[in-house]
Design a protein around this ligand. Structure first.
Ligand SMILES: [Mg+2]
Ligand SMILES: [Zn+2]
Length: 195
């Protein structure tokens, strides 16, 4: 049966160092600090009909630094701040795992830790997404690697760890764009989608 809507492009956006300040392991919602441009950037993507899906590695859960409840409280905090500015994320997906974790239920290799693609596949199942017109944005090379893994375009931002990452690109992996921050990434994306 045909779907009711045409497949939409999506932006898979990293959290720490991309939407919010990188503060190490974020273990309290009151430490959430959105970058000043994040609300406007997401609102512009929302208005263009682009799905915006957070995809974040939160190995602090496996390491025992904080619980999934804390991750969800952090996301509720981000959601409130976005809503106050008329913006929203379509989904908040995270990987709580790590092979070296000390919390047994999370201590494993998995397919959802970036650059693994399982969270993107979940978004494709849940929303009607055209990966060939989609983008992954983040401050680490594994964010660009995620884009490569799913056939989307990858953008490295220089916030968070990004400026450092830019100086040490792994062999065989190049970003489609390197930009100063997420609002520049959103502009780059919207230009490509209009073309
Ligand atoms: Mg990051
Ligand atoms: Zn995982």
């Amino acid at each position: 049966m045909a779907r009711a809507t045409l497949p939409a492009p999506a932006v898979f956006v990293d959290r720490d160092g991309t939407l919010i300040e990188e503060v190490g392991y974020l273990d309290r919602p009151d430490r959430v600090q959105l970058y000043p441009w994040s609300v406007a950037a997401i609102r512009a993507l929302n208005r263009a009909g682009v799905r915006v899906v957070m995809v974040t590695n939160q190995s602090g859960v496996a390491r025992g630094f904080f619980t999934e409840t804390v991750v969800e409280e952090v996301h509720a905090r981000i959601s409130e701040e976005l809503a106050a500015g008329g913006a929203h994320l379509d989904a908040y997906y995270y990987c709580p795992h790590h092979p070296d974790g000390r919390i047994r239920e999370y201590a494993r290799a998995c397919d959802c830790r970036k650059p693994g693609r399982a969270l993107v596949d979940r978004a494709v199942d849940e929303f009607n997404i055209d990966l060939t017109r989609s983008f992954a944005v983040g401050d680490r090379w594994f964010d660009v690697g995620l884009a490569r893994a799913v056939g989307a375009r990858g953008i490295l931002v220089r916030t968070g760890y990004g400026a450092r990452e830019e100086r040490s690109a792994p062999d065989g992996l190049a970003a489609d764009a390197v930009v100063n921050n997420f609002v520049e990434a959103a502009s780059w994306i919207l230009e490509r989608l209009r073309a």
